[in-house]
Design a protein around this ligand. Structure first.
Ligand code: ADP
Ligand code: TZP
Length: 271
């Protein structure tokens, strides 16, 4: 899809991140939490992380967007997520849910469905397997990893329609749907799957962008950015460790100079 207008919009999104420095309230897992905080800062946003029910409503009120990631659930954290989701709905705050490990255990499946019942979320972002299962398509989930997601392209549209929000399925090919169209992007590098938390990082970038633009553009811009920076970072890296560092450095540089980004091209699928 050759669309210079869309690329200008992506660049505007990153410029606005630097300008507005939105506060992103992360309710996230103990694996990726510090990386997500560092990443938010690198892209010009401000992170606040908390899983405490007693301050969840107040934090939603002062934040520019909410990210709920169920990766390492705890009793208290779950209670806080429901408080935050209801407050975000009440206040109309942009909110994203990352259903980490949906389908891996009955508990996660049930939790995600109950959170979605709050109707707080303008965007669902999962890996291909999580979104395929949410959309009623078959997929294999092992722990929190996506083992197989051949039907993610179809599922993303189903999920978007079912939950009346933007749906995003990540993987070697990323898919995004607004319930009408399905967009696909092949970019990035397989080493992203060697960084535990790379999907969570995508969540942070999208949630930050949702504070400054509509959810569809936020998703398309964020995934194109991630794809491009992964391709840049891998050229300077020896393995997952240096790749992780170079990825953050490339994100830092790109959001400060969006005209340096060669955005990989989204394709509109005929589905
Ligand atoms: N084989 C791959 N090639 C290129 N990019 C990939 C590959 N696998 C995952 N990605 C990218 O890594 C990021 C995280 O996606 P994914 O691994 O599906 O999430 P999760 O970590 O939640 O399982 C996304 O930006 C996705 O595009
Ligand atoms: C390994 C792990 N276990 C529970 S949450 C988590 C991190 C998952 O991060 P991602 O799905 O973004 O790779």
């Amino acid at each position: 899809m050759d669309n210079p207008e869309l690329e200008t919009r992506f660049a505007d999104v990153f410029n606005n991140l630097m300008l507005h420095k939105p506060l992103i309230y992360h309710m996230t897992n103990m694996v990726a939490i510090s990386g997500q905080a560092h990443l938010a800062l690198a892209i010009g946003a401000s992170p606040v992380m908390s899983l405490y029910p007693g301050e969840a409503a107040e934090l939603v009120a002062v934040s520019d967007s909410l990210l709920v990631n169920i990766g390492t659930p705890t009793r208290e954290g779950i209670e806080a997520m429901f408080v935050a989701a209801r407050e975000a709905r009440e206040l109309g705050r942009p909110a994203l849910i990352d259903p980490v490990g949906y389908g891996a255990t009955n508990m996660r499946t049930d939790l995600v469905e109950r959170l979605l019942d709050t109707k707080a979320f303008g965007l669902i972002k999962g890996n291909g397997a999580e979104i395929s299962l949410l959309g009623g398509e078959g997929a294999q989930v092992r722990g929190v990893d996506s083992a197989d997601s051949p039907r993610a392209a179809l599922a993303v549209k189903t999920v978007s329609r079912k939950y009346n929000c933007i749906a995003v399925a990540t993987g070697p090919i990323d898919y995004v749907s607004d319930g009408r169209d399905v967009f696909a992007l092949e970019s990035g590098h397989e080493w992203l799957s060697l960084i535990s938390g790379s999907g969570c990082y995508v969540g942070t970038i999208i949630a930050a962008c949702m504070a400054v633009t509509e959810p569809l553009v936020a998703a398309l811009a964020s995934l194109a950015l991630m794809g491009f920076v992964a391709e840049v970072a891998v050229k300077k890296s020896y393995g997952p460790g240096s790749f992780h560092c170079n990825l953050f450095d490339a994100l830092f540089a790109c959001v400060r100079n969006p005209s340096s980004i060669v955005f990989p091209k989204w394709q509109k699928l005929d589905l």
